[in-house]
Design a protein around this ligand. Structure first.
Ligand SMILES: [Zn+2]
Length: 272
């Protein structure tokens, strides 16, 4: 990515951040900010191996989905990445679907790299990181960082251990050998324990399994089921949130009826 483009992305991330409620360093609740940004946010536990999130424009709505089966810190990063697609890329009728490859930065797709850069700048702007290291870490210049410092950064900026390390490395605050040391310290002490020991938010390291579907989007869940994008159990669980059953929406189950027709044809064919 060229520096000119990187600067453009920093400017856009900064203007989104200006609209957000920020604590001392980090955005307090990026999920709540979606309302202010007029995005329709759907949060649902699709399972650990499912996609992490997607963005699409349907009619006049910008819809963002995040999978709450992933750790909260990762879900927040996914949301920031999806906001990046909305701000930088998306046109009417388009969609972006993200999994562990596009979100982790292993994708070579330029738009994915841009969305990741946007997310990093939105969640951990360079000047705020600088301020944190200056004001909150005693002797940073001489001693560098400990895994407990990283846990404090996680809590302040609402990011994962890996995201904090990536960002610090990209900003030149952590060198490769230091990163290896911090990684092994993390493996020994576990992130949940580190967060607890600094009085941080241990929930960041757990999946929330939270369900939040705007009522009008139950239609969208049905649409996904009809296109075989989600299993029946998921649709049933989503319907449960609204005290509905499959019977209540049976007139909307296109694929289901088609399957019935196919079956009728088959049985009819056998009998003939
Ligand atoms: Zn993406």
């Amino acid at each position: 990515m060229q520096e000119l483009r990187r600067r453009e992305i920093r400017i856009k991330a900064d203007s989104v951040r200006e609209k957000c409620k920020v604590s001392r360093y980090g955005i307090i609740d990026l999920f709540k900010e979606c309302e202010r940004l007029e995005y329709k946010l759907i949060r649902y536990p699709l399972g650990e191996d499912a996609d992490l999130g997607f963005t699409l424009i349907k009619e006049n709505d910008t819809i963002i989905f995040t999978n709450t089966s992933s750790r909260l810190s990762r879900e927040i990063f996914t949301l920031a990445h999806e906001i990046g697609h909305v701000i930088l890329h998306i046109n009417k009728g388009e969609s972006y679907i993200d999994d562990s490859i596009t979100i982790s930065g292993r994708s070579t797709d330029e738009k994915e790299q841009e969305a990741n850069y946007f997310a990093a700048c939105l969640l951990m702007p360079a000047d705020e990181v600088e301020k944190f290291l200056d004001l909150e870490v005693a002797d940073f210049c001489k001693q560098g960082l400990s895994a407990m410092d990283i846990a404090r950064i996680m809590s302040e900026f609402n990011v994962s251990f890996d995201m904090a390390l990536n960002r610090l490395e990209n900003l030149g605050k952590v060198k490769m050998d230091e990163r290896l040391r911090l990684d092994s310290e993390r493996n020994q002490r576990r992130v949940g324990n580190l967060l607890r020991s600094v009085g941080g938010n241990a929930k960041l390291n757990e999946a929330s399994e939270y369900i939040d579907i705007p009522y009008e989007y139950i239609e969208y869940v049905i649409y996904n089921f009809n296109h075989n994008a989600i299993p029946k159990e998921t649709l049933e669980r989503a319907l449960e949130c609204f005290h509905l059953t499959m019977d209540d929406i049976s007139d909307k189950l296109v694929e289901y009826e088609e399957k019935q027709d196919d079956l009728d044809d088959l049985i009819g064919g056998l009998i003939d």
